[in-house]
Design a protein around this ligand. Structure first.
Ligand code: GLY
Length: 420
């Protein structure tokens, strides 16, 4: 099978790594990929947001499957362009990706499908935004309606900060914000594959969104993740499939915009039950790194089944007993003002450790084979082991071998869950 992966980050590196380990995969390509993916796949300098260019590349390669990683190409219709060219694609249409592209649309679908979530108020003017903040009270939750590269959601006790975020979102062309109740309780990410009708859940993971230890500092794209979640209630996955994923997929099909791809269910396990915090229309980053590290079933056939309406024919997924932990190494200044262009060293040393994979997130090729930082999140170091403590030890041993001037990482990823 020839597969083209679209995207540049550690999630795409994790997808490429899993696909490269699938004996059914004969050729792996990435557009545009990154230096880490380049060790596994042929890289193509194609704009991942240009659907026609991605479709032309897929056709010229004779690809059997295109896997679209990030949300921006999905919302821009890249999957539609590839599908129109007759190539199977893992990733929803632009219409279906509105589940991520518009928070207000996602809330509307959830209401229609009876999916439990925080009641929202959608506002388009500053006065209503201020009134909605006062209605809900602290902690304030303000979400940009549209895509905002991980910067769209602010949760704060500070009313002035909440209002400032709302005003900044409203100032954008067509700006809308969703203000909603704060959902207490631990958060869980569950990815559910869909072929438009049937759903297949993966295993739950937990993400660490704040930049600093003990959940301090600003939100980021995610500073680390782990799986399994020893504290998660039994039956959580079945509950989310029955109460969240299947009703949502059914509702999207009923609207004539079937959702095929991965529905990322961001959940809060609140004192009043499981609630959806957000939907995304793609795999989460960095949770994918730990979920795929635990998947024993070869990945290509699973993604192809979702892309071609054959999930019901798929045998049950098999999972390794191993635990997985990933720690993100971020550049100086991330998330506010990430510095780029620094040399990243120690990659081979880290990857040589047992149970360690070093996935590239924001890197670029420098002169003489050097790897340079090229984004806020630079690496996602994945450790696996027989339990979370061992996986954590492996991940942090890997991080300890990396040298990147000014870099920082959280030291408490999976600490509580591992009982460390
Ligand atoms: N880990 C958060 C996200 O992928 O959006």
């Amino acid at each position: 099978m020839k597969i083209l992966v679209v995207g540049t980050g550690a999630r795409e590196h994790a997808l490429a790594l899993a696909l490269s380990q699938d004996p059914a995969v004969t050729e792996l390509h990435a557009a545009p990929g990154n230096p880490g993916i380049g060790a596994l796949a042929a890289l193509h300098a194609v704009d991942p947001l240009d659907g026609d260019a991605v479709a032309a590349l897929a056709t010229s390669l004779g690809a059997d499957l295109v896997v679209v990683g990030p949300e921006a190409p999905l919302v821009a219709g890249v999957a539609d362009a590839v599908r129109a060219a007759g190539v199977p694609v893992f990733g929803p249409s632009a219409e279906a990706a509105r589940l991520e592209g518009s928070k207000a649309f996602a809330k509307e679908v959830m209401a229609a499908a009876g999916v439990p979530t925080a009641d929202p108020v959608v506002v388009t003017d500053p006065e209503r935004a201020a009134a909605a903040l006062d209605t809900f009270g602290a902690p304030y939750v303000v979400k940009d309606d549209g895509l905002a590269a991980g910067k769209g959601v602010v949760v704060t006790e500070d009313r002035a900060a909440a209002l400032a975020h709302a005003l900044a979102c409203l100032a954008k062309p067509g700006g809308r914000v969703v203000v909603e109740d704060y959902l207490d309780g631990p958060e869980v990410s569950l990815f559910v594959l869909s072929d438009g009708a049937h759903v297949v859940p993966l295993v739950p993971a937990q993400d660490f969104k704040r930049v600093g230890d003990a959940d301090t500092g600003p939100n980021t794209g995610g500073m680390g993740a782990y799986s399994p979640l020893p504290w998660a209630p039994a039956g959580l996955v079945e509950e989310v499939v029955a109460q969240v994923a299947q009703p949502t997929v059914d509702e999207m099909a009923r609207r004539g915009t079937p959702f095929a791809g991965v529905l990322y269910c961001g959940l809060a396990l609140t004192s009043r039950g499981t609630r959806v915090v957000e939907f995304n229309a793609r795999f989460g980053d960095p949770e994918t790194q730990v979920v795929l590290a635990r998947l024993a079933t070869p990945l290509a056939g699973v993604l192809l089944a979702a892309a071609t309406g054959r999930l019901a024919e798929l045998p049950p997924l098999e999972w390794r007993d191993d635990a997985a932990v990933t720690v993100v190494v971020a550049s100086s200044g991330y998330p506010e003002a990430p510095r780029t262009g620094d040399v990243v060293e120690g990659l081979a040393d880290a990857a040589a450790l047992p149970g360690v994979d070093v996935l590239h997130a924001g890197t670029a090729a420098g002169a003489d084979g050097a790897v340079l930082s090229a984004g806020g999140r630079v690496l996602s170091v994945v450790g696996t082991g027989p339990d979370l403590a061992a996986a954590r030890e492996a991940a942090y041993a890997g991080v300890g071998r990396i040298r990147l001037d000014g870099s920082h990482h959280r030291t408490d990823i999976a600490r509580a869950a591992a009982g460390a």
